[in-house]
Design a protein around this ligand. Sequence first.
Ligand code: SF4
Length: 353
Amino acid sequence: MNFSRKIPVGISQCAMGDAVRFNGGHKHSKVCTELLGQCFDYVPLCPEVAIGMGVPRKPIHLLVEKDGAPVDAVRVIGVDDASVDVTAPLRDYADSVVPELQKVRGYIFMQNSPSCGLRGVRRYLANGHGIDSEGVGVFARRLQQQFPHLPMEEVGRLNNNELRENFLTRVFAYDAWFRYVESGDTGDAVAQDADNNVDISGADKRPGISGRPLSFLARVIEFYTAYKYLLMAHHQDKTRALGKVLADAKSMSEAELAFEVRGRIMDILSRPASRKDKTNALMHSAGHLSEFLDKREKAELKELIEDYRVGHKPLSAVLTLLRHYLPRSPHSFIHSQVLLAAEPAELGLCDFN
Ligand code: SF4
């Protein structure tokens, strides 16, 4: 599959195959470079090398004072020499790369690292005893705080097909949000907004997801509408709650609305879509087309969705048939549904050995 436009994504540099680890080695991930590299344009960073620790270097780990300490109550110290404390340099480095990372639409971190680990990093007491695995790498944690809605995942978890599909879905949505809602730029229009500044003034109309010039609020609503069935496939209650937020959107400032809606969309998508909820969203989609189908076609579509629900047919089979019937409908709502667009599996991004 050739992607005409690659999405900028940050990544722990050792996952790219660069020998930057403390022991002089790397942790090359073929899933990241060979598979996801087809659609991601990577920004590789190694915070420990960047702060001058060198390669090879003495190992470091997370230190806490007691069991159950809050995630930010950690220090990153030398395993063999507790006087080595790189907590502040790692946090400062994360702050320093924020401008460079404004353009990324996802971040892939190396697991189990006191700098880059996103979850479950081992924490130690001053006596060297491991106390729990509740830590988050200090660099990763700082970037979580700086970019609270940025899709993030660990290298190892991307070997799992479902987790990889979910990460791709979130990255594609986050990228689309900044292309069509907050910045409003689409491809060629980037040059007009070289700093990628967020224009939420609403004063000037920009192209939304449909390509039509729209005000900021109209772009938000159009985006939500296009994502509605995909969001429903991930979390129906939260999708309905987001719809209510949008109904009251006029009482919110544009900045508040941008933060609120972006956050809710990324939260909903972070929950993997279940087959049951996807089936429900497919049924809704089929309902929009039923008036344009004859009896046999309706029955065939219904049977195919049921086959998908029980695991006998892949999602792509249902999507293919829905897309086949799509031109019969004159209604823009169903044509705009991202759920019916190419899913990661159809882009060849899910099966990898
Ligand atoms: S995990 Fe992070 S700090 Fe460690 S080698 Fe990889 S990129 Fe560098």
